[in-house]
Design a protein around this ligand. Structure first.
Ligand SMILES: [Zn+2]
Length: 248
């Protein structure tokens, strides 16, 4: 169904004879324009003309890559499914509106026809022509609108059915796009988190270094501690001595 719609879009914009370009452009990757020309069996300029027409309507996207040896750019193309479907939706809505206007006007107004020339006139124009054909001189007859109305209503129903399917495809495509966007957001968040963690690690390393330096500095304190210990020992020995003295 989707391919059929995409082909319809290409047919509207460029022409039915090139609708098969959709088979090449409906791809995940962008396709080399020289390959498109080769596969379509047309010249590169013909291929580019088609692609530019589609591009003017936003229906295809392109990327370019520089040929390192030759120094020129080659373009790669891909169909934009969502935009193409929206383009088709607008066209279908417009056609439905036009048919509905025709139906309204034919239900309200009388139409006249020259049966010999098969030319149709609305009431105003028929009056202007005095209900007589310019070409053959025949007198107009009142046109039976019922047949035309039935035809128009059938067309509207058909277009509305197609529009429904197009809207379904658009919804599917939107879901795909949203999923991709969500993935990208999650990926970005993951990268941000990793960066934050990396920064934190660096900060922690720095802190450890600072702490080590701080530990190395107060060597003097240790010496004083030792001195204190010596004093203690001295005191202890003194105490012992005094104790010994007491014993005596
Ligand atoms: Zn006539």
């Amino acid at each position: 169904m989707l391919t059929k719609f995409l082909k319809e879009v290409v047919t509207i914009v460029v022409g039915k004879q090139v609708e098969d370009i959709v088979n090449l452009l409906d791809s995940k990757k962008h396709i080399n324009e020289f390959l498109i020309a080769k596969k379509m069996d047309i010249t590169i300029n013909q291929a580019r003309n088609i692609l530019y027409k589609l591009s003017d309507n936003g229906l295809v996207s392109s990327i370019r890559k520089k040929d390192k040896r030759k120094g020129w750019y080659t373009y790669f193309w891909k169909i934009e499914i969502f935009k193409s479907l929206e383009f088709l939706r607008k066209i279908l809505e417009k056609r439905i509106e036009q048919f509905n206007n025709q139906i309204k006007s034919r239900e309200l107004k009388q139409f006249y026809i020259c049966e010999r020339c098969n030319i149709e006139f609305n009431e105003e124009n028929a009056l202007l022509h005095d209900f007589t054909c310019n070409e053959c001189g025949s007198i107009f007859t009142i046109k039976d609108n019922n047949k035309v109305l039935r035809e128009f209503k059938k067309n509207v129903a058909k277009l509305e059915r197609e529009l429904e399917f197009v809207n379904e495809e658009i919804a599917k495509e939107k879901e795909k796009i949203d999923k991709i966007k969500l993935k990208e957001i999650k990926k970005e968040e993951k990268i941000k988190l990793e960066k934050r963690l990396a920064k934190k690690k660096e900060r922690d390393k720095l802190k450890k270094k600072i702490v080590k330096k701080k530990i190395k500095k107060p060597i003097k304190k240790k010496k004083t501690k030792k001195k204190i210990n010596k004093k203690h020992k001295i005191k202890k020995t003194k105490k012992k001595k005094s104790f010994k003295k007491k014993k005596k």
